[in-house]
Design a protein around this ligand. Structure first.
Ligand code: ADP
Length: 375
């Protein structure tokens, strides 16, 4: 019970922090657009980089507390492991190249064509292990070795590096929260010490486990072992036909009219800035009642979509959306909340929202969503 209430406390605290962080990062973006002087741009870039780092820590804490509070929702689906590996390789290639390290991906033999698992969580574990391997290796190479044993139905992902290694007495505590092998490494390598804790707990949730063996000065091997219930056929993955690096998305231009409803001036300003930059007209309201009045008034200009904050004084987004739907309003409504849990998404959709996004506002995601819902 203590774990659970600590988890709930941390989950609440984390998303309370996400709202102001959203304003800080978003305004750093705006400032970045306004500035020309290279010295000033460097300062803003430092704010952004550290802000993003802080956000990564908060997301880690939120993840961990969700697991502790028993609120981690897994989306088990039939997925192709070779596609996941291809994705991961294209993401990590860049990082390895920055350090001039070869990143090798090898399949020891055929693997199941599809397995039932949560692809996002599996990717998260592998990205974390590979990220560490690259971080803690200066010379040599990093390898991802995949092997499947048909008899035991175990699918193993070995992440092998030739890096600094870990001394035997530290191996036991490696998976404890906030543990880093030594404080000097913290300073030169950064990180929160939460990654492996999350990986291990996620691997358990997926019905697997993570083991480690390591030799100081020689390198480490982290093995994720998943029990898969693969009944379909086996395939020999072809590395060359694995999916290529994602292409950068072209900038989307909108020509719509959007009502942004949020009680916080900062967030209204930010959303307005993003949407106007993409070419749309923006009107604003500061609570649900104002939004309803705007939509119902014959004097208001027509709008194509509503971006609705869910937590507001006077009338919140849930009540306003329910009421708008009751009055036969058919406009797409995007819910905006600081809560990153799956149950919140369902609550928003149940109130009548068309889609859902979380703070901190992600400019590209918001614009893509508006484009999708208005064309
Ligand atoms: P973080 O990397 O954020 O500090 P992790 O939980 O991912 O947190 O890792 C905890 C610690 O384990 C790291 O700080 C590092 O000391 C050690 N570690 C993890 N992976 C490796 C590796 N591949 N090689 C050497 N040390 C590692």
């Amino acid at each position: 019970m203590a774990n659970r209430s600590r988890g709930e406390f941390l989950a609440n605290m984390s998303h309370e922090i996400r709202t102001p962080m959203s304003a800080i990062l978003g305004h750093a973006d705006i400032l970045n657009d306004h500035l020309k002087d290279p010295d000033n741009l460097l300062v803003v870039e430092t704010i952004r980089r550290n802000g993003n780092f802080l956000l990564a820590i908060i997301n880690d804490i939120l993840d961990l507390s969700k697991i502790d509070a028993g609120k981690m929702d897994l989306q088990m689906q039939s997925v192709r492991p070779d596609t996941i590996v291809g994705d991961i390789r294209s993401l990590m290639d860049v990082r390895a190249a920055e350090k001039d390290l070869p990143l090798k991906v090898e399949f020891a033999g055929p693997i199941p064509e599809t397995i039932r698992t949560d692809a996002i969580r599996l990717r998260q574990i592998l990205l974390n292990l590979l990220g560490n391997a690259i971080k803690f290796t200066n010379d040599g190479e990093v390898r991802l070795h995949i092997r499947y044993d048909e008899r035991s139905k175990l699918l193993n992902f070995d992440v092998i590096d030739t890096g600094v290694g870990i001394s035997p007495d530290k191996l036991d505590t490696l998976f404890e929260p906030f543990t880093q092998v030594d404080s000097t490494s913290t300073r030169s390598y950064g990180g929160t010490g939460l990654g492996l804790t999350i990986c291990r707990r996620l691997s358990h949730a997926l019905g697997g486990q993570i083991d480690v063996s390591s030799q100081p000065g020689k390198g480490s091997r982290f093995t994720l072992c998943l029990k898969v219930n693969a009944s379909g056929k086996l395939v020999q993955p072809n590395l060359n036909s694995l999916p290529a690096v994602e292409k950068p998305q072209p900038e989307i231009q909108l020509s719509t009219s959007v009502l942004v409803v949020d009680d916080r001036r900062d967030i209204r300003y930010l959303a307005q800035h993003f949407i106007e930059k993409a070419g749309s007209t923006v009107y604003t309201a500061t609570n649900g009642q104002e939004a309803i009045d705007f939509i119902e008034s014959p004097d208001s200009p027509p709008v194509d979509l509503i971006v609705m904050d869910m937590q507001m004084p006077v009338m919140d987004g849930y009540e306003a959306t329910t009421e708008l739907r009751r009055r036969k309003c058919k406009l797409p409504i995007i819910a905006l909340t600081a809560n990153a849990m799956k149950s919140d998404r369902e609550e928003c959709l149940a109130a009548g929202c068309t889609d859902y996004t979380t703070k901190p506002l992600d400019q590209q995601k918001l614009i893509q969503m508006i484009a999708r819902l208005t064309t």
